[in-house]
Design a protein around this ligand. Structure first.
Ligand code: PHE
Length: 447
């Protein structure tokens, strides 16, 4: 065990780093769209309810494992588990980290290419069709996405090389407030758009008729993904949270941050989509095809485009830092090597996997698994399989197999915070979360 384990230096630093992991591409391009398609404010309310009832207890179980275990995702499991077999869940989480980072870095690379293109005024006067083919050509070119992905990974390595406090924490303390300010500014510019009312209504007007059973399942999936559950990141960051810090309040603040940022992202994006009357989309299509020509037509479009892609880059960087840090912590703890050597191993693995993901998007690429190209497969496999299984493993272990006194100690920070909160959380960890996660997993398999 590492006796001199780093910790986040301040409360704000810890929250910024953890929120940095949570607020990522999922929040910016997926959450607002899913919310809009599934009843707007009705979805947001369901999302908040599900986050309180299920995701926060799961997140807390990851924090408990990390902070109590004081090690990487795998070793922390072993420190708390009654049997070595539980270590498998830790390994699964680390595998999820590799998968998710492999495609995440490629997309982050795209955002850097788009910062560059918007700075070179590349979107002025472009039609949607031209933008479509420009993006497709860029992705198919192979070498350009790989180049930008490598640049992005080098930035990760630079920040991580400086350590937890001086690297991750300092970077997040700057980037998360900056991200918030950019979102507020972009939403503010959109206020003047004729489509603002319609865009705002898309995510803020409750439409209960759009709510079905599937809505609840979507809210749960989105909430897990947004809170970076099941991919080693939160266990690793949990191990850096100071003993006296309240894990419960950190979880609630970070969850709230994901909702606020997602609503702001919606207000920054959808008014333009409705003003120019283009089809509403999500994911890469929305961000890399639909939006650039729309932004270019807004007053101050040049600056807006640059800011938007810088925002995307910041969101992706603070998220990728948490995932990469999980690998760095794992290699340095397990192989007893210096942080910098562990970083070199993590960097080596991810650059190979990300290159394969980028290459798998070229036309006629044979890099396919189960009928999907490697890029889509890593995304699907990590979100649909690893995330629910690992989340279930964490919550069951902490709820049922870790001594109650240990969980109480962590959730009340040694008696500093009220006991009733611990009792409620333990109840949810034991009786509410496991059946619901299991149901979500089976439902995902069937559909
Ligand atoms: N929370 C991140 C996002 O919304 C995704 C993520 C998932 C990050 C799992 C780390 C681990 O984009």
């Amino acid at each position: 065990m590492d006796n001199q384990r780093s910790t986040f230096g301040s409360r704000f630093g810890a929250i910024a780093a953890i929120a940095g992991s949570a607020v990522g591409l999922g929040n910016i391009w997926k959450f607002p769209y899913v919310a809009g398609e599934n009843g707007g404010a009705a979805f947001l309310l369901i999302y908040i309810g599900i986050t309180l009832l299920i995701s926060i207890p799961v997140l807390l179980s990851e924090f408990v494992i990390g902070r109590r275990g004081q090690s990487n995702a795998f070793r922390s499991f072993l420190h708390l588990a009654p049997h070595r077999a539980w270590g498998t869940i830790g390994i699964l989480e680390l595998l999820g980290a590799v998968f998710i980072l492999s495609f995440y870095c490629v997309i982050a690379g795209w955002s850097l290419e788009y910062v560059y293109q918007s700075a070179a005024n590349g979107f002025e006067g472009m039609t949607q069709a031209q933008m479509d083919s420009r993006f497709n050509e860029f992705v198919a070119s192979g070498y350009r996405p790989i180049l930008w992905m490598a640049v992005f990974l080098c930035m990760n390595a630079f920040v991580l090389g400086m350590g937890v406090t001086k690297g991750i924490e300092r970077c997040s303390k700057f980037m998360i407030p900056a991200l918030f300010c950019i979102l507020v500014m972009l939403a503010g510019v959109n206020l003047l758009q004729p489509g603002f009312k319609e865009g705002a209504a898309f995510i803020l007007e409750p439409d209960w008729s759009a709510v079905t059973g599937q809505t609840v399942i979507k809210a749960l999936g989105q909430s897990f993904f947004s809170l970076s559950i099941g991919m080693a990141a939160m266990i690793t960051y949990g191990s850096y949270i100071k003993r006296q810090e309240s894990l419960v309040s950190v979880s609630v603040i970070v969850s709230l941050a994901t909702v606020i940022m997602a609503v702001l992202a919606g207000l920054a994006i959808f008014p333009s989509v409705f003003t120019f009357n283009v089809p509403v989309a999500s994911g890469p299509d929305l961000v890399f095809k639909t939006l650039p020509p729309l932004f270019a037509q807004l007053p101050g479009g040049y600056i807006i485009s640059i800011l938007f892609f810088v925002l995307l880059f910041f969101a992706a960087l603070t998220t990728s830092l948490s995932i990469m840090e999980s690998l760095v912590a794992f290699f340095s703890d397990e192989l007893h090597i210096r942080r910098i050597s562990a970083l070199a191993i993590g960097f080596g693995i991810i650059i190979v996997c990300s290159t394969l993901c980028a290459l798998s998007q070229m036309p006629d690429s044979s890099l396919q698994v189960a009928g999907l190209n490697l890029f889509d497969w890593t995304d699907t496999f990590s979100s649909n399989y690893i995330l629910p299984i690992a989340g279930l493993g964490c919550v069951v272990m902490v709820g049922w197999f870790v001594p109650k006194s240990t969980v109480e100690h962590e959730l009340t920070s040694s008696g500093r915070y009220p006991l009733w909160i611990f009792r409620c959380v333990l109840f949810m960890m034991r009786f509410i979360c496991p059946p619901i996660i299991l149901f979500m997993f089976i439902n995902g398999l069937v559909s």
